[in-house]
Ligand binder design. Structure first.
Ligand SMILES: Nc1ncnc2c1ncn2[C@@H]1O[C@H](COP(=O)(O)OP(=O)(O)OP(=O)(O)O)[C@@H](O)[C@H]1O
Length: 314
């Protein structure tokens, strides 16, 4: 019988990578669905690159089962590899070739590559098509890496974004590329430090820390995983801690609220919290509650909560 998992571009169970006693990836489960953009999030050293490297056959795993486009990456057949597009974290070294020569060279590896000039334009390098790659800026090299990674019209793309390297415009162009491949029906796994990128582009995301998957789901589902459906923030209201009982919500150390000298309350009952705050403000003689906001948690809130919780448990 055919099941949905037969068609998952990525199906990973119990993935492990150890270096001596240290587990860089620790029993990780991951399923990525056809045609989705999946963001892999996590702090430095969480195990994202190691995971991606094992999925595209660059590193051997210590344990677990892995299916990528229906094959075990350990087998690493040429045919299988041609269906993948890999943009690694480190910029490639393309010797003394021009941008066009590099793209043309990589295009010869595939049966139906994207036409060279079209691809060079897609990554915003038309003005540099004749330039030697060693004369490119860091961000331009990165654009070339993207071109090289996707030239074969891959079914599955791994985009391991470095923490820095692309200027805002180049990031937006990379987003356009992700959309372009989404429309072609490709599946993309995006490793990123930019939460806005994940929020804008990804259908689902997974948060990794210390080699383990802390939470996985749509951005909305992740919000629920982290606890609360609303954030209430206030500034300069003495006594807040005393009026918010733990069944209404929790006061959180929140970097952004703290910078404004404020307090963040994570809650599922924002109306009740605001009522308490209103009473407190009245008692203190405030007309308005200073700096009151009620908002839906962002991916950043969720992410920080998950990571803080993980750090507290270690
Ligand atoms: N060859 C190695 N030997 C020992 N430890 C390693 C090796 N390669 C990676 N590690 C460790 O494995 C952990 C995971 O590294 P990895 O590069 O996968 O993290 P990451 O989530 O991609 O981080 P970043 O966001 O900084 O790129 C880190 O603690 C790293 O130091």
């Amino acid at each position: 019988m055919t099941t949905i998992t037969d068609h998952l571009p990525i199906d990973v169970q119990g993935l492990r990578k150890t270096y001596g006693d240290f587990a860089a990836v620790d029993h990780l489960d991951l399923q990525v669905r056809p045609g989705e953009v999946f963001a892999l999030l996590g702090p430095n050293g969480a195990g994202k690159t190691t995971t991606v490297d094992m999925l595209c056959g660059v590193q051997r795993r210590t344990g677990g089962t892995v299916s990528v486009l229906g094959e075990d990456p350990h087998h690493d057949s040429r045919q299988w590899r041609n269906r993948l597009g890999v943009v690694p974290q480190n910029t490639g070294d393309y010797l003394n070739l021009t941008v066009r020569e590099v793209v043309e060279m990589f295009a010869t590896f595939y049966s139906d590559p994207i036409p060279t000039d079209e691809l060079i334009s897609m990554v915003g390098l038309t003005a540099k098509a004749g330039a030697k790659t060693n004369a490119l800026s860091g961000g331009q090299k990165r654009r070339l890496d993207v071109a090289v990674g996707v030239v074969g019209k891959p079914e599955l793309i791994f985009l391991d974004a470095p923490p820095t390297g692309l200027d805002p415009q180049a990031r937006r162009e990379a987003w356009d590329l992700v959309d372009y491949f989404r429309e072609l029906g490709a599946t993309t796994v995006l490793t990123t430090h930019y939460l806005d990128e994940a929020e804008t582009l990804a259908d689902r995301a997974g948060v990794i820390a210390a080699g383990r998957m802390l939470a996985i789901g749509t951005i909305d589902e992740l919000g629920r995983t982290a606890g609360y459906s609303a954030n209430v923030t206030v500034t300069d209201l003495e006594g807040v801690a005393g009026v918010i009982p733990s069944d209404l919500g929790v006061l959180e150390p929140d970097a952004r609220a703290d910078r404004r000298g404020g307090v963040l309350i994570g809650t599922d009952q924002p109306t009740a919290v605001v009522e308490r705050l209103t009473r407190l403000a009245r008692e203190q003689g405030f007309g308005e509650i200073p700096g009151l906001t009620v908002s839906r948690p962002t991916l950043e809130d969720t992410y920080l909560r998950l990571i803080q919780r993980e750090d507290a448990q270690r």
